[in-house]
Design a protein around this ligand. Structure first.
Ligand code: XMP
Length: 328
């Protein structure tokens, strides 16, 4: 850990020298470990001259925005703004079923909102007599750097942070990437050294388009509710069973297929939830996780009983390739 601590010290002084005494920095956060660790380092370096922005895209996990706000703002003292834009994203997603269209809409809207927010903060800071925003912070890791110069599968290359690239040019911001020489496990170690909540440090990766690509078919507020509740129960039970860290990525997806069921003495006709859990080191290939039956049993009965609109739960036993990790 000694080398990781000295890494933090070195990065802090490098950032201070680079940014100077008055310039300011902006960055997008997602609640993931990379953007949080990068934000924490930036905060240690320049305090509230760093502005973190969480764009609420309406398709984050249940309670995610609130949790991120609490952890980053209150516990880690990061200067954070959350944009109240869930309704805007959901209205743009109305009627859209094609996975790549969902990605484009969410990516483009994200850039639009982030850019607006950056301009708003910039104007506000200039009014206060403070310096301009000149830098953009990104939590790019070494594998992301490699990925952008070598070929990788179609969806894995589409990452939200790549979308912010446009902003860099538009606003003439200079890029700061404190994690660009590090691997994920090193970033996690940094997170632990800086006493970031272990829930956040060990969080499974979450795609930029969020649960919009885990709701097959149209993304409506009602579908979002169902997918969120089911996913929340699933992850909660995996954690209770002590399996969360053994699994590389787990999530529930909502299938827009209705099947017949029976509840009490009436017939039901509702949708299905599929549980996905994989083990992988690089996310390029992945094996499905051998979930213990007693855990699946508990999850299934809780989802069917607690989530209105679901009467069937299935477990995904497909490896990548030929399946992908996500369903869209
Ligand atoms: P697939 O489904 O291609 O996913 O096996 C590999 C990894 O990439 C994530 N993923 C995405 N991440 N934006 C992202 O930021 C996306 O559009 C996207 N699509 C897939 C996926 O969650 C998995 O970790």
């Amino acid at each position: 850990n000694w080398s990781m601590s000295s890494f933090i010290d070195r990065e802090i002084s490098r950032i201070r020298n680079l940014v100077g005494p008055t310039a300011q920095v902006i960055g997008a956060v997602s609640g993931g470990v990379d953007s949080t660790v990068a934000s924490k380092i930036m905060t240690l370096a320049i305090g509230d001259r760093y502005h973190a922005v969480l764009v609420d895209n309406g398709v984050m996990r249940l309670n995610e925005c609130e949790t991120v706000k609490e952890v980053l703002n209150e516990k880690l003292n990061i200067n954070l703004t959350v944009t109240p834009t869930a309704d805007l994203f959901l209205s743009k997603l109305k009627g859209v079923t094609d996975p790549e269209k969902k990605r484009k809409i969410i990516g483009n809207t994200f850039v639009e909102i982030f850019e607006e927010e950056a301009k708003r903060i910039d104007a506000e800071q200039v009014k206060l007599g403070r310096g301009k925003i000149e830098y953009l912070l990104q939590g790019t890791l070494y594998p992301d750097v490699i990925e952008s110069i070598s070929f990788k599968g179609p969806s894995a290359t589409i990452k939200t942070h790549h979308n912010v690239g446009g902003l860099k040019e538009d606003m003439k911001l200079k890029l700061i990437e404190p994690l660009r020489e590090l691997f994920k496990d090193e970033v996690r170690r940094l997170g632990e050294i800086m006493e970031i909540d272990s829930d956040l440090v060990w969080r499974h990766p979450f795609p930029g388009p969020g649960i919009a690509i885990r709701i097959l078919g149209e993304v409506t507020p009602e579908q979002v509710r169902i997918a969120r509740q089911a996913d929340y129960i699933y992850i909660e039970e995996i954690k209770k069973a002590g399996l969360y860290r053994k699994i590389s990525q787990a999530f529930a997806a909502l299938l827009p297929v209705k099947s017949v069921g029976v509840m009490g003495d009436s017939r039901t006709y509702e949708q299905a939830i599929v549980l996905r859990a994989v083990e992988t080191t690089d996310f390029m290939t992945a094996d499905w996780f051998e979930m213990p039956y007693d855990v699946i049993k508990k999850i299934s009965s809780r989802i069917i009983n607690e989530v209105k609109g679901v009467n069937r739960v299935v477990y995904d036993v497909s490896s990548k390739p030929p399946a992908t990790i996500e369903w869209e």
